[in-house]
Design a protein around this ligand. Structure first.
Ligand code: NAI
Length: 270
């Protein structure tokens, strides 16, 4: 159902890899709500070709950019502004990758060169994106930027590994840049802390099946789906949330504030 919440708005969406991606679902919902979109992903992800299906469905150009490369980001923003014929109203930063997780390294044995790359891709890339927009004055007054994070930034989930540290840094960049962009142009910057969701990045976490089932049982409303997350992103890009900024917004069916649920007690008593 469309409420035309994003009628006339223009946005860049990072990170739609395949139809399971949170960014993919968000792009579809933003389009339904009347937004014009530019899609972007790393050149290596674009080579998979999946994104072209999405691009066709929502009539969006695809512009490749590695989020760790400032030239790529500058080119992306310039091309997007040219395509839109003006400034940008919203950005979804839906990017994450852990090299140590990929290489099967335990948290107590991480490789620091991999770790630097992980932090650059998963955390400082938000700074790079905002910095590029800032330098080009690409974001319109009352613009909105959302990034995606996980509660492992606040609490220990052992198999989340170095991504816990990456998410803590990402949430800090959200607050810090949110301050400066709010001051300068009333642009808001927030992170959405999403339930475990079965995507390529999500399933990379060791023991993901147990992890997602546990979260389901530990949330009074169950896990929030990727579709629910897309809806939340739409509301954050709309004019209905203009004064929300520098926040980490839990979108998890109540998981973050639950001590225990009846379902978990029953499972323990078995
Ligand atoms: P996904 O695997 O579909 O998306 C991750 C995206 O990051 C991919 O499109 C990938 O190509 C992109 N990416 C990786 N390196 C890049 C680079 N150097 N330059 C540009 N793009 C790059 O998975 P998902 O789950 O949709 O992930 C999106 C975000 O949501 C991530 O930040 C993830 O940590 C976060 N998140 C995911 C949860 C889950 O359980 N799936 C839970 C909470 C947060």
């Amino acid at each position: 159902m469309s409420y035309n919440l994003l009628k006339g708005k223009k946005g860049i969406i990072f990170g739609a890899l395949d139809e399971k991606s949170i960014a993919w679902k968000t792009a579809l919902r933003c389009h339904e709500e009347g937004a014009q979109i530019v899609l972007t992903n790393a050149p290596v992800a674009l080579r998979m070709g999946e994104i072209n299906k999405l691009a066709e469905a929502i009539q969006a150009p695809v512009i490749g950019a590695d989020v760790t490369n400032m030239d790529d980001l500058k080119n992306l923003f310039e091309a997007a502004m040219q395509h839109f014929g003006g400034g940008i109203d919203f950005i979804l930063h839906s990017v994450g990758m852990s090299l140590n997780v990929r290489k099967g390294k335990h948290y107590t044995d991480i490789d620091y060169a991999f770790n630097q790359k992980t932090l650059d891709i998963s955390s400082m890339s938000l700074h790079r994106v905002l910095r590029t927009a800032w330098d080009l004055d690409a974001l319109n007054e009352w613009g909105s930027v959302v990034t995606l994070t996980y509660i492992a930034a606040q609490r220990i989930f052992p198999d989340y590994n170095e991504m816990a540290d990456a998410k803590a840094l990402l949430e800090s960049v959200t607050r810090s840049f949110g301050y400066h962009y709010g001051n300068r142009k009333n642009v808001r910057v927030n992170s959405i802390s999403q339930s475990p969701t079965a995507t390529t990045a999500g399933s990379g976490v060791k023991g993901f099946d147990g992890f997602i089932k546990y979260a389901e049982k530990m949330s009074p409303m169950g896990n929030a789906s990727g579709e629910d997350c897309a809806n939340y992103c739409v509301s954050m890009f709309s004019d209905l949330t203009r004064m929300v900024t520098m926040q980490n917004l839990f979108h998890d069916g109540g998981f973050s504030f639950t001590g225990v649920t009846q379902a978990v007690i029953e499972a323990m008593e078995k």
